[in-house]
Design a protein around this ligand. Structure first.
Ligand code: SF4
Length: 479
């Protein structure tokens, strides 16, 4: 999962919500990186709200400052270090202020973070958030505290996330943690540990709870949702009879998707991130079976060259990837795809690069997340391969991939014109306050004029009469 556009240069996002009146401490929590981190921050806010902390948007009034960090590329880490330096004066003014780092960079650097960043008092890895109350007792008594132990079974399934920010109609529901795939360029297996799947009952409970609280769309979230596999008998009370218990001893991703679609039939369902090596055709069959499952898949490929795919240890070939896409389009004709691409990986030739461009033309993605290779310490590529592609060549190839994706996106957007789409109103258009914004089933952003009686959270029918490279322009019509 190098998914989700991670603008490493951008300062992280902090959210605050009205929480418990009895809480008398303030938490400033800022998140960086992928959606997993944002969802983890909701778990952290929940754990700390039980410890007397309400969230604040103002670091200057916080008792505790936490940065949930990303380590996906060098730039992401530089941004975190820059941000930390901005708290130096605050710490000087208020020595009792506790500053902590969470997430992947904390896990990657461990005690080095305490050595390198004097103002940091607390370092906590993605699997150790339950230990925060104990660790804060340490820092409250003036000692540094750290817990970066990775777990084989921690899923925080019993912790009700505190929904931070967002629009109150779309939410993420984590279904797996960690990754076993070991792609040679990726730090995730080292910073988030082994793969583990969450109990399907707790997932369904959370989805039902979100529906009851007015949410209209969920995204089932994991580094690699396709390898979701839950083994477990669950509590006896959950089952009407022995045979039902027998049946539910193992649940794979297609089965979970089917169960969620049935459990919350009016809730719109998305999932991310998929992995071509683990994805199976039955997922597409479940997508075709349920109207409430969106017809869109984020399917990273990283390269179009078999030689580079092998060096990346992606465990699939170009042909296998294209066959999967072909089958998906047969089973779900209206399906749309987005991609992740890395250019300039170790040893990438001009021919490999042309393979990437030709694969993009063959799939015709709606959009993608494209980056130049950034060597990450500790990965197999860092240990065994040379980062030998010159920066200017990386930038030229990246520009070509982005330009091609721009053409493909515009072509795909044009394909949606002249049709009526079901769109969930998610908020007000940034560019025009008299317009709503939302997404169609294929995850394409759509803007259209507001009409009397419409509200955020409404599902409306939109006739699309125009487009830009990344946005559909429409008008609501009677369904
Ligand atoms: S190891 Fe591969 S599949 Fe796993 S998170 Fe990293 S890029 Fe994704």
């Amino acid at each position: 999962m190098q998914e989700k556009y991670i603008d490493e240069t951008k300062q992280g996002e902090a959210y605050a919500i009205a929480e418990k009146p009895q809480n008398n401490k303030k938490l400033f929590l800022e998140s960086y990186g992928c959606q997993m981190n944002f969802s983890d921050s909701e778990i952290v806010a929940s754990i700390l709200s039980e410890q007397g902390y309400n969230t604040t948007l103002k670091p200057e009034e916080a008792d505790l400052i936490l940065l949930n960090t990303c380590s996906i590329r060098e730039k992401a880490e530089q941004t975190v270090r820059m941000r930390l330096s901005q708290f130096k004066s605050l710490k000087k003014e208020r020595p009792n202020l506790t500053v902590g780092v969470l997430g992947c960079m904390a896990e990657r650097l461990k005690t080095k973070f305490l050595e390198e960043e004097q103002l940091v008092d607390l370092v906590v890895g993605p699997d150790a958030y339950r230990d925060l109350p104990n660790l804060l007792k340490e820092t409250d008594s003036g000692r540094d505290a750290i817990n970066v132990i990775l777990s084989k079974d921690e899923t925080y399934a019993d912790i009700n996330p505190v929904r931070l920010g967002g629009n109150g109609v779309t939410a993420y529901v984590t279904i797996t943690r960690g990754c076993d795939n070991m792609c040679t360029f990726c730090v995730v297996p080292f910073t988030r540990g082994r793969e583990r799947s969450r109990d399907p009952h707790s997932i369904i409970e959370e989805c039902k709870n979100l529906w009851e609280n007015g949410y209209k769309e969920i995204t089932l979230l994991g580094q690699n949702v396709d390898s979701y596999l839950w083994y477990g008998g669950g509590a006896k009370k959950d089952f009407k009879n022995a045979s039902e218990m027998q049946k539910l001893t193992a649940v794979n991703f297609a089965q979970l998707l089917d169960m969620v679609a049935v459990a919350v039939p009016e809730m719109r369902i998305r999932f991310s991130t998929s992995n071509p090596h683990d994805m199976t055709v039955d997922v597409f069959q479940v997508m075709a079976k349920h109207k409430n499952i969106c017809k869109y898949v984020h399917l990273p490929v990283q390269s179009g060259s078999d030689r580079i795919l092998e060096k990346m240890n992606r465990q699939h070939t170009r042909e296998e990837y294209l066959t999967l896409i072909k089958k998906a389009k047969e089973i779900v004709p209206e399906i749309a795809f987005s991609q992740d691409m890395i250019v300039g990986f170790c040893g990438e030739t001009e021919e490999d690069h042309q393979q990437t461009l030709s694969l993009m033309r063959e799939v015709e993605y709606d959009y993608g997340y494209m980056f130049a290779y950034s060597e990450r310490p500790g990965t197999a590529a860092h240990k065994k391969m040379m980062d030998d592609i010159p920066a200017d060549v990386k930038q030229r190839r990246l520009a070509e991939v982005i330009a091609l994706q721009g053409e493909l996106s515009r072509k795909r957007m044009e394909g949606y014109v002249g049709k009526i789409h079901e769109v969930l109103i998610e908020g007000i258009s940034k560019k025009n306050e008299n317009q709503w914004k939302g997404r169609n089933s294929q995850n394409a952003v759509c803007v259209f004029n507001k009409k009397e009686g419409q509200n955020i959270g409404d599902m409306v029918s939109v006739f699309v009469h125009g487009n830009t490279q990344g946005t559909l322009l429409g008008e609501t019509v009677m369904a």
